[in-house]
Design a protein around this ligand. Sequence first.
Ligand SMILES: Cc1ncc(COP(=O)(O)O)c(C=O)c1O
Length: 479
Amino acid sequence: MNTPIHDFVTRYKDLRPARFHMPGHKGRGPLGCEDLDLTEIPGADSLYEADGIIAESEANASRLFGCPTFYSTEGSSHCIRAMLYAAREACRGIRENAAFRVLAARNVHKAFLTAAALLDIDVCWLPLSEGSYLSAQPTPETLAAALEETGAKAVYLTCPDYLGFLPDLKPLAELCRAHGALLLVDNAHGAYLRFLTPSRHPMDLGADLCCDSAHKTLPVLTGGAYLHVKGSRPKEPGTGNGSLAPPDMTEHERRAVRDALALFGSTSPSYLILQSLDLANPRMERLPEKLAAFLPRAEALKARLRAAGWCLVGDEPLKLTLALGPRSDPSPGKGPACPPSGLALAALLEQSGVFCEFADPDHIVFMLSPEHTVEELARLETALLNARRKLPDRAAEVPGCDVFAPRSGTMPRRVCSIRQAMLAPAIPVPAAESLGRVLARPGVSCPPAVPILMPGERIDRAAVEAFRYYGIRSVSVLP
Ligand SMILES: Cc1ncc(COP(=O)(O)O)c(C=O)c1O
């Protein structure tokens, strides 16, 4: 598989050009990669009007993913906004002037909320589920009931979620189809799922639109992402993973997706990131074999950690999530009476030079990759095995740790729309004194950027508890 973007930039660099165009570093600088960074000079194509090297590279990615695939250099955050806009446009014909109603699980990344505010989406939330705020996968029964009740024209799921739960999307996709609703999936954490055998990628399980953060699980620079779209022309019979004939789109449909991306994207996409996406294509050709070799090692590591008394949750192969909360420890007799906090564990591991993806009082998340060396995996294992003996009690670490990710059993009360709340003036108040106020901004940092309460909802006791639990000290509310 060729690499047209990187090849073009390399040829240009080798000319040792006198650059009288952007960027201002002129190809030299302290990073050492400045000579590979350029802008839309003749021949370099243009991301949102691609018909040259970028279109050629995207066609390579489309063949790998088995569906029309578009690049972004601004992450899934960008693709989520474009995906919702494209879905709204696709539904416009069906429901003329009606608001675009989307049924979503509440563990959305905050990019969904900015999209909902900008596009004035009428969001209906799927019923609350037990456990962490970071996981909220619907069952087919809850989804069917909610589709009946709301008549939503699109369903939006975050799958896999931040903790590595990966429900089977197929029955959910079938339900969406039966109700005439589009299925949109935030697959930020699951680009690699396409290369499992069989594929567990949302586009192969029936999603209509889906975004992947290439940079999260593939060897791609931060910011590299894909927007995948179900082609309107059917797949040719007998084609599968790596097929040379993915479903296609008409030029008009393709234009509409590029317009959706352009609406929210910078006019100066990074050519470093574009090259990284381009160079990932031939590497992805080899990914099925690399994953097949790596996954048994990852599974063996997980099994050894379980045997050592750690409680692992989630079913995503490349996530290693330890659950530390009292309710999730299956062997209370074995572990400490009050398990350690994920935060304490993360701090301890850092002393051994091991850095996790995310930790909260209940969980610690590690992202595994076939790019990891044997030595790195051994360091993680040794550090975790040693940590069990050294950790302080969670009680000493987190005051009031008796509650596990506190959630109210009732849906928070909506006072105004997400758009009204997020575009209104807001004032900061201490989170501990915010009871009864209306939340104006999601107010969650990254990672995991999953909101506790949605803008426009009244802050209830459970939310105040959860702010404290997640260390959120100040929230923005309506005046
Ligand atoms: C579930 C989820 N969706 C979307 C995003 C946004 O992705 P990106 O950082 O590629 O913009 C993230 C980022 O952490 C995420 O965890």
